[in-house]
Design a protein around this ligand. Structure first.
Ligand code: 2RA
Length: 349
């Protein structure tokens, strides 16, 4: 029989993208059961061209389910993923609740698909969207050159902060459009009043050097996720990683500048060749023709786009890259769907 899939958090921002992705990809699933909080249960959503009623999260909804993709807040995942696993489902969890648990693999199929096979808790974790937006390209370069250090800055889209993030940017853009704002200190902030939404400063006509919560020594949780998750996915527990995460006025698609240092000397031609043949990566790198990835062009696509590839002028072992990835697709829903497919193939083998 075909494996049965549950999507928990089907009505959320990532859940909606996941239903679209499941409708586009090879249809390997038997039933696709949709689940949400009691508040959104009863709604009908379309998947694979059919309307499906959303069920309220409860132990019984996991009966007969082989794979359950969770896209819910950390605390909901922490409570419910083990319940789904105890009912026999393999859980693919997109929250941060289990990512650093040594008994939970953190999987990016292009980089470490094999890790999904060893899952003592019955849970496979999906990385954070910022890590995911760069790691497929870095995994390919690491396999050839041996990564030794990463210094990255992110340019993160507001949809990473959910529907509230998108609504906030849209209403802030409406408030500044057609005005002279942005020329004197604080004028944008004053115009926003108390409509900052999930961000600590205006995001329209601005950039905000903050994502996530405050952790020790001034680091943000998002910056530590990039460090810890990159190390785990690449199997490099001692990798030197420094990240600075910044929110920018983009709806969807995270970008990163990456300074990647390797064990071996690198060349731009070599990096181009590796990246061009890496699954899930597209090279878009011809600045003379104005060709480099931008979020406006990358949004809605599946691959990791790489451009501006340069060898560091002062270090023959280091590359500079500009990387873009759709944070709702590869950064969340697509990677989760790919993990679910890897697990389904194993279960039906
Ligand atoms: C963000 N990475 O962009 C987060 C969402 N998971 O805020």
């Amino acid at each position: 029989r075909k494996p049965q899939l549950a999507v928990v958090g089907a009505t959320g921002a990532v859940g909606s993208v996941l239903l679209g992705i499941l409708s586009e990809r090879a249809d390997i699933w038997g039933e696709i059961r949709l689940v949400s909080s009691a508040r959104s249960a009863g709604r009908k959503l379309t998947v694979r061209g059919e309307e499906v009623e959303v069920l309220a999260l409860a132990e019984e909804v996991f009966g007969g389910i082989d794979v359950a993709v969770f896209d819910v807040p950390d605390e909901v995942a922490a409570q419910w993923a083990p319940i789904a696993a105890a009912k026999g489902a393999v859980v693919v969890d997109n929250s941060a609740a289990f990512r650093l648990d040594p008994d939970v693999p953190l999987v990016v199929p292009e980089v470490n698909a094999h890790a999904a096979r060893v899952r003592p808790r019955g849970i496979v974790a999906n990385p954070n969207c910022t890590t995911l937006s760069m790691i497929v390209a870095l995994g390919a370069l690491h396999a050839e050159y041996g990564l030794s250090e990463l210094i990255v800055s992110s340019y993160q889209a507001v949809s990473g902060a959910g529907r509230d993030g998108v609504d906030t940017l849209r209403s802030q853009l409406a408030a500044v459009s057609g005005t002279e704002l942005g020329t004197t200190p604080g004028d944008v902030r004053r115009a926003m009043g108390d409509t900052l939404g999930p961000f600590p400063a205006p995001v329209a006509l601005n950039v905000v050097p903050w994502a996530g919560s405050l952790q020790e020594d001034g680091w943000s949780s998002e910056e530590l996720k990039v460090r810890n998750e990159s190390r785990k996915i690449l199997g490099l527990p001692g990798l030197r990683v420094s990240a600075t995460c910044v929110r920018v006025p983009v709806i969807t698609t995270h970008s990163l500048t990456v300074h990647a240092r390797f064990e071996n000397e690198v060349t731009v031609a070599g990096a181009h060749e590796i990246l061009a043949s890496a699954p899930g990566v597209v090279v878009c790198d011809d600045p003379a023709q104005g060709e480099f990835p931008t979020p406006a062009d990358v949004v809605g696509t599946d691959p990791t786009w790489v451009g501006r590839v340069r060898r560091a002028l002062d270090d023959p072992r280091a590359l500079e890259l500009f990387v873009c990835g759709d944070n709702l697709r590869k950064g969340a829903a697509l990677n989760a769907a790919q993990i679910a497919e890897v697990v389904a193939a194993e279960l039906t083998a």
